[in-house]
Every structure is written in C-alpha cells, then in structure tokens.
Design a protein around this ligand. Structure first.
Ligand code: KG4
Ligand code: ZN
Length: 356
C-alpha cells in the first residue's frame, strides 16, 4: 500500500511517499524559517500562503523520486490538526481534492500521532506498549500508548510547552527563531553551574509540567546580568560568554524536568519503554541525559531519526498508512473513499482519537 503524506500544520511544508512493503520511498521538506525569522515567530497568514506555493511542487518531486505515478497511490494522508487553521486548510484542501480526483481514501491525520509514531520509522523501532514524551513547540505531554490510537494522557503542561520555553528564552537572549536549536548551539560553549534557574514542578508527584516561571526567571537573569557585561571594562565579563552560560542553564533546567517526569511516568505505569518525539526530541542534551538514565535501569529509550524530529511529511504518510491498514483489516476503508469534503481541527486532543 502506497500513501502520499502532506504536512502543513505550522511552518514546514512536508510531503512524503510511504510504502507499507518497502518503507519510506521519498520525502521533501520546505522550511519557512527564513521567511518568519524577521518577525521573531510564525506569521500564520504568511505560512498559509507559502504552503499553497509549495505543496504541489513538493508532491511532484517526491513522486518522481519515489518512481511512483499518481495512479499507484492507495491513499492521501494529510495533517488535519492541531495547528494553525489556515495552514491546515491548505494541506487538507489539496490532500482531500487529490484523493477525490484519484478515487482513493483521504486520511485525516492527527499531527501529534504523526510525531508519536515517527520512531517506528527508525531501524530499531519500539514495540507497544510504551510511554511517549511528546515535546514540540505547542505541546508537552506524557502519554501511555497501548497501540495505535490507544492513548491515555498521563501529564500535560499547565502553561508553556517545552519548545515554547526554549523559543521564549532564546528571544530574551537575543537569539533567532526557532529558539531550541539556537539555545542548544550556544549552550555548547556555556559553562555549567554558573547560574541556577528553577526546575518547575520537578518534585511534584504528578506528571504535569509548567514552564512559564522559567521564562520569567530567564528574563530576570538577563536583565540583571547582561547590562553589566560588556561595558568595555576588562573587569566585567564578556556578554557573549554570559549568554552562553545562561543558555546552558536553560537547557539544563528544561531537560532535567523532562527526564525526571518521563522516568516517573515509566515507574507509575510499569512500562519499560520510553519514546520521545516532537521538535525538542532533536535536543542533544535531552538525548544524552536519557541515554544515561537508561543505563542499568532496565528501560529502553527510542527517538525518531534526527531528520524526522521536526515536522515532516513522512510521519503523516506513515500514520495515515497505519490507520488505513487497520480500517482495511476491519473492512471499513470505504468510509474514507472519495471524500466529498474535509475538516480541520486546530484544537484536537490526542487522547480523543479512536483506536486503530
Ligand atoms: O514538532 P515541531 O517541529 O513543531 C511543532 O509541532 O511545534 O517542534 C518545534 C519546536 C520549537 O519550539 C523548537 O525550538 C524546538 O522544537 N526544537 C528544539 C530543538 N530543535 C527544535 N528544542 C531544543 N533543542 C533542539 N535541538
Ligand atoms: Zn510538530
């Protein structure tokens, strides 16, 4: 079964072709980072317009690369939510129209389900059940995953997501967008332990997160430390070094909380497998800490390939293929055939999905 996947929920246009027999055949991505950078964040209207320009050329490109004709597609999967309404409508409109024209099913995919299943595309995939830590720009959630579509929410962020905490701290440090990779890069030259930021809710018994206090603490630190630096006086510290030291501590604070809560979720559920997915799963320090935590603890930690951590079409094609396979097995695939319309859901809780 061959599925074309289309992702347009935020600021990347991702298109991919996935074959259930041969795996991922081709994928292409256009990032809008350069376009949004000057505004310090994603401008929704610009995002939608750019997706319109990109989807079809990228679809042609991946079909060519995969050596697959339109007539060989068994389905078209698109991200139906959550995300920016206008941006979602582009992928949904094109995906559903293409499916309709080809007379094949159109499969609306939950963006976070795409992220959550993306480690299954790696060479050493995890097996169900597992605990998933979903860390993206908009979400920080711990899920108990019993199978495809069988998700129980264990913990959520009460305010900012982890990615958002990286992005907002980066802005305060005068770094570019997106902030996660910028903080991670600067942190490499930072000195550990020069500053101490709070680890929000580290010791609370629940599995929830809160990162907005961290942003406030970073703001206070930046206001206090940076004006004093770089005054030209050789006695005052180099502002670039201080920025790096703060970046290092931001990364330490966020990753320490993520790791502690993930381990607690494993303990509480009795699971021995942790899957980390979403943009922040690319973070090297988070990977290092979890790799260290699994040593001797009888647990396994799985990440997506680095190229599949941020938004992409491959995870949408894959999640769509899994959904379609399950529907076919139950003789219900006709329900998705030749759609007469489509819907997007800018807000859509992952644990409301039906099992596959
Ligand atoms: O999953 P994603 O690509 O988009 C959403 O669905 O939100 O996640 C984007 C988020 C951004 O907040 C970005 O700063 C963060 O992931 N991110 C990182 C890294 N790479 C991306 N955060 C920390 N370290 C990274 N290396
Ligand atoms: Zn995402």
């Amino acid at each position: 079964m061959i599925v074309l996947g289309i992702e347009t929920s935020c600021d990347e246009t991702g298109v991919a072709v996935y074959d259930t027999e041969r795996g991922l055949l081709a994928q292409a991505l256009h990032s809008q980072i350069a376009m949004h950078e000057r505004y310090g964040g994603v401008v929704p209207e610009l995002a939608s317009r750019d997706h319109i320009r990109r989807v079809l050329p990228l679809a042609r490109q991946v079909l060519d690369e995969a050596g697959v004709g339109l007539d060989a597609l068994d389905a078209v999967a698109y991200t139906a939510g959550p995300g920016l309404a206008g941006a979602l409508l582009v992928g949904a409109g094109i995906g559903a129209s293409l499916a309709w024209a080809l007379g094949v099913p159109a499969i609306p995919v939950h963006h976070l389900e795409g992220h959550l299943l993306s480690p299954l595309l790696s060479a050493d995939p995890p097996e169900f059940p597992f605990v998933a830590l979903l860390v993206s720009g908009g979400h920080t959630q711990l899920m108990d995953v019993q199978g495809i579509g069988r998700y129980t929410l264990l913990g959520d962020t009460l305010d900012d997501a982890a990615g958002e905490a990286f992005d907002k701290s980066a802005k305060l440090l005068g770094l570019g967008y997106p902030g996660g990779p910028a903080i991670a890069k600067l942190a490499e030259s930072g000195e550990a332990g020069r500053y101490r930021l709070p680890r929000p809710m580290l010791r609370s018994d629940d599995l929830d997160f809160s990162f907005s206090g961290l942003k406030t603490a970073v703001m206070t630190l930046v206001r206090r430390e940076l004006p004093a630096a770089g005054s030209g006086n050789p006695e005052t510290p180099d502002p670039q070094q201080l920025r790096a030291d703060i970046a290092r501590e931001v990364e330490e604070a966020i990753t320490e909380v993520l790791v502690a809560k993930s381990l607690r979720a494993l303990e509480q559920t009795g699971r021995d497998t942790l899957v980390v997915a979403g943009g922040v799963s690319a973070n090297r320090r988070l990977r290092e800490r979890l790799a260290a935590a699994q040593q001797g603890a009888g647990i396994r930690v799985h990440f997506p390939e680095l190229s599949l951590c941020s938004d992409n079409g491959a995870m949408i094609a894959f999640a769509g293929a899994q959904r379609l396979a399950a529907l076919r097995a139950e003789g219900e695939a006709d329900a998705l055939a030749a759609p007469a319309g489509f819907q997007v859901r800018p807000r859509w809780p992952l644990d409301s999905l039906a099992p596959a």
